[in-house]
Write a protein that binds this ligand. Structure first.
Ligand code: PLP
Length: 404
């Protein structure tokens, strides 16, 4: 009899955001007069930049005219977008990445979930703890992770790399050598960045051990410090061990439009096979391209106007981040992140667990954040606040937190 892919049945429920939703709605029903401020959101809130909107309008007009109409896009994406990415995101930063090593997609979530398909079923993966859940769940669905232990909240066949205050929330090299290493910097949820020297250690480690690094750089646009790399290809030797995933979501507010890309260098060879060809085959078979109008909008991000306007959006969020960081420090909290990422990772005070602090902040301050334990066991006793709210709400939330 036909059976389902029972790997899906091994996945534990994703309770984090539904539990938050239930707790908040129970509280608002009981206290309808209270104004809740949400600093838990991982979504941008500012509207699209004018240069992006203009490009969208123009591309729609092109689609309305037989002379300029575009149907299916080229497999890798339009050259007008890949060329400008190669120039501005890589060449300008001293990275050697060619336009035909860039695969345009509908976002970093799909790419980071799909990339595991081109590796063998018995590949051993390593992830940070806490972690963006997509890397783990996509490998569970593929049958790579063994069994889930509800006690430890870990899978039997994953190498977990704790990210703690002690290691600056950038993992130490694992004792057991994995095949596939997922790294995300600047990090969601911790807001931590990795220095170029420490990332170089990872590149050297991967090259030495024949491992591949999947580098999620969705928050690259938030890097503000000099010694923090924007791309893993700033490290020597990354072309032979790293795949990098980028997104227009947090950089330019494309969470609703959908656009991202994956870089697979032609020098990246695994067991004698170049991964570029495999990913090209996968992309061509299962994906029919990001919409033309969205690729035009993406190219507009790299025009002088688009660059200035999207930089201003990132600066708006980072002003919130700095405000949250400074306010929490003033109130005596231990805080991390918020310098190269729109996330602030704070230690729950007075020995509270993540969820105890969630309830306390909701009930006493009417502020909603995200319990760190929801991202993995090493997130316990931590709490995430995001800088994606309005400046006014951010200021009001901090006023409330300080008065607790
Ligand atoms: C938001 C986010 C992404 C972006 O995903 P898109 O699908 O491009 O919107 C990727 N990785 C991480 C860690 C994120 O937080």
């Amino acid at each position: 009899m036909l059976q389902v892919n029972d790997n899906y049945l091994k996945l534990p429920g994703s309770y984090l955001f539904s539990t938050i939703g239930k707790k908040v709605s129970a509280y608002t029903q009981a206290n309808p007069d209270k104004k809740i401020i949400r600093l838990g959101i991982g979504d941008v809130t500012l509207p699209l930049a004018p240069a992006v909107v203009k490009a969208l309008h123009e591309a729609v007009e092109e689609q309305a005219d037989a002379a300029t109409f575009k149907g299916y896009a080229p497999d890798l994406g339009y050259a007008f977008l890949r060329d400008v990415i190669a120039e501005k995101d890589f060449k300008a930063r001293g990275c050697e990445i060619a336009a035909d090593e860039i695969f345009i997609s509908d976002g970093a979530k799909s790419d980071s979930g799909n990339i595991q398909e081109i590796f063998s079923a018995d590949a051993k993966i390593a992830v940070c703890d806490p972690v963006y859940p997509v890397y783990v769940d996509s490998n569970v669905m593929a049958g790579r992770c063994g069994n889930y232990d509800g006690e430890t909240e870990q899978w039997s066949n994953i190498v977990y790399m704790p990210c703690t205050a002690e290691n600056g929330f950038a993992p130490d090299l694992p004792k057991e050598t994995p095949d596939l290493i997922y790294l995300c910097f600047p990090n969601n949820p911790t807001g931590a960045a990795i220095t170029k020297d420490r990332l170089q250690d990872w590149v050297d480690y991967a090259n030495k051990n024949g491992a591949v690094i999947i580098y999620d750089a969705a928050y690259e646009a938030y890097v503000s410090e000099e010694n923090v790399p924007h791309s893993i290809y700033e490290c020597a030797g990354a072309r032979t061990c790293a795949i990098e995933i980028r997104s227009f979501s947090k950089k330019a507010g494309f969470t609703g439009l959908r656009l991202g890309y994956t870089v697979v260098p032609k020098d990246l060879v695994c067991g004698g096979t170049a991964l570029h060809g495999l990913w090209a085959r996968r992309h061509g078979t299962k994906f029919n391209g990001a919409p033309y109008i969205v690729q035009r909008a993406g190219a507009a991000v790299y025009t002088p106007e688009g660059e200035a306007q999207t930089r201003e959006q990132v600066a708006y969020y980072m002003k919130n981040a700095a405000y949250i960081r400074a306010g929490l420090q003033e109130a005596g909290y231990t805080v991390y992140g918020g310098t190269n990422a729109p996330y602030i990772w704070l230690k729950a005070p007075n020995g509270m667990t993540s969820w105890q602090f969630f309830d306390y902040l909701l009930e006493k301050g009417n502020v909603v954040g995200t319990p760190g334990s929801g991202f993995g066991p090493s997130g316990e006793t931590y709490f995430r606040l995001t800088a994606f709210g309005s400046y006014e709400n951010t200021v009001e939330a901090l006023r409330r937190i300080k008065s607790l």
